[in-house]
Design a protein around this ligand. Sequence first.
Ligand code: NDP
Length: 438
Amino acid sequence: MEKSSKIYIAGHLGLVGSALWKNLQSKGYNNLIGRTIDELNLMDTNAVNAFFEKEKSEYVILAAAKVGGIAANSTYRGQFIYENLMIQNNVIHAAYLNKVKKLLFLGSTCIYPREAPQPMNEECLLTAPLEYTNEPYAIAKIAGVKLCENYNLQYGTNFISVMPTNLYGPNDNFDLEKSHVLPAMLRKIYLGKCLEENNLDAIRNDLNKRPINGVNGDLEMERRRDKEKKGEMESVKVGENEKRILAALNKYGISITSSHSLPFIPPLPHSLSPSHPRKVSVEIWGSGAPMREFLWSEEMADACIYLMEHIDFKDLIRENSSSIREIRNTHINIGSGKEISIRDLAYLIKAKIGFNGILIFNTSKPDGTMRKLTDPSRLHALGWHHKIEIEEGVVVGSAHEKVIDYLVQDFLNQFIRKPLKKNLLFRGYHLCDIKSWN
Ligand code: NDP
């Protein structure tokens, strides 16, 4: 790729897309293009074709998708398969029609079978049944991998696919219904901490940034203002919005434990004395036993750009001893190869956040795949290796202003001993620097 090559990043505002954009910019690429969903809905075939014909991008990275954690995957099964198939069919086909030089398709390690041997290498694709909860999403992603592979074989395109492990980092999705396990856990435990400290202002602030089920922090104030404007008598009871807030938190398993003697809903939360600490519990889905691997999104982006710069489809064709005519499994895993249990992760976040309450592992909720560890040997053989481990990453993720400033900034000062080095954080990650300030 030339520094002036036109590179279209589909989904450039998401967790992955924004990390890719930042990485390309930092390497001096100066002709990047992105479109929001409002500007270009990638499910609209005609609009996608018109966009590709007009823009004539030389390189494409497909990081737009309908994504979510186990709850969203279980609930929106139809949407997950339909929307992802539509997006990727449109983009990959338009890239072929418009002679894009290289395309990178983002898949996910959920394409591998539920009982895949661990760690999972690229060869275990389509060898056994998938995990039920994310089967629709995985089927769509497998179709995307196969579309790229078979367009290469039939049309001579240069489309490569990567399968990143679970990611976390700047611009993550903290919507409790739709987010992945780590951001959801981080936000829930943070809210639990606010609740145990009776810090209603922080909870309101959080809900104003990301309302939960339509409940924001200022509902009561807005309604009062509305009524005042209309000259109506004030009829909203003091504490009504607090009730809504507590009910919304409760729905996501963030609750004041019933055993405590304090009233469930304080009449005026601000006035509750800190000398009356309360016990709060935060529910985590499943047993906590599943093992998960995590990778900092900016590292994953670095791996992707490395592959865009150095690897072509032809480099990924391996000769199969049984029949060299069968070309398959040319995709590349991106992972750290290191794992942590959901339970340990939850307790790690609890310790980082300083939450003193109880974590409840709800075994009536699904666990998902018990183990999902990638084998990144192929990526290593291609010349790229990760640098940041989860322990450092959670600190960086928690402290990074762009990631969760709006969630934990006030609270961070209480558990990070030294002042944050903002410039360092904005410059990106450097392992030695991270170790030195922690
Ligand atoms: P995000 O939800 O953070 O970003 C997805 C982006 O796609 C958003 O900007 C979204 O826009 C956009 N988008 C969704 N639907 C459409 C549409 N119809 N038209 C145009 N844009 C659309 O997801 P991630 O960045 O986490 O994921 C990106 C890719 O990386 C996915 O393919 C995913 O499978 C893969 N991946 C992610 C992992 C993770 O842990 N996050 C792990 C492994 C793989 P808007 O926000 O406006 O809806």
